[in-house]
Design a protein around this ligand. Sequence first.
Ligand code: G3D
Length: 182
Amino acid sequence: MGSVSSRGHRAEAQVVMMGLDSAGKTTLLYRLKGYQLVETLPTVGFNVEPLEEPGHMSLTLWDVGGQSQLRASWKDHLEGTDVLVYVLDSTDEARLPEAVAELREVLDDPSVASVPLLVLANKQEAPQALSLPEIRDRLGLQGFLGRSWDLRACSALTGAGLPEALESLRSLLKSRRPCMAR
Ligand code: G3D
């Protein structure tokens, strides 16, 4: 609590969660906060929420893709990001190429060079969900040299995989800012 990081003086870690619209970011956010989500509204612009677990961190939510006007805004907010979380809709094979292209666009931004990446393959409870190995191949994750990354399956709907996703987030954060994660 209140630690001074090796990179600066923020006492709060900054986690940015991105993904195409409808990937499940809002649902995940409220699940992670321990709320039962009844209904979601499309994310307009972005949401910023404090997240009590796994440490002292704020989580910013962005839709990527589609709206080019918003892209300029989220790029402005990448500075200071400690971990990037990229949410994929595992059932949306049709938009997977777009999701991959947008992820590459985000990762090409110099302000997140070498920032750890956690990819969450969401909606895994759905029978038509793509498998984790297939998603790994389609994303080309093995080619991400010089960046720590992890890929986890989850369902924001049922909560399955979320404890493991948080554990992964915690260890990626620890690799970035050792004083922040417990
Ligand atoms: P976004 O914030 O990324 O835009 P939302 O996405 O959280 O608004 O979710 C978009 C839709 O996907 C919502 O359905 C939501 O209930 C659903 N969803 C989110 N996570 C999961 C999941 O793990 N499994 C399944 N099957 N659906 C999920 P609606 O019908 O409200 O559009």
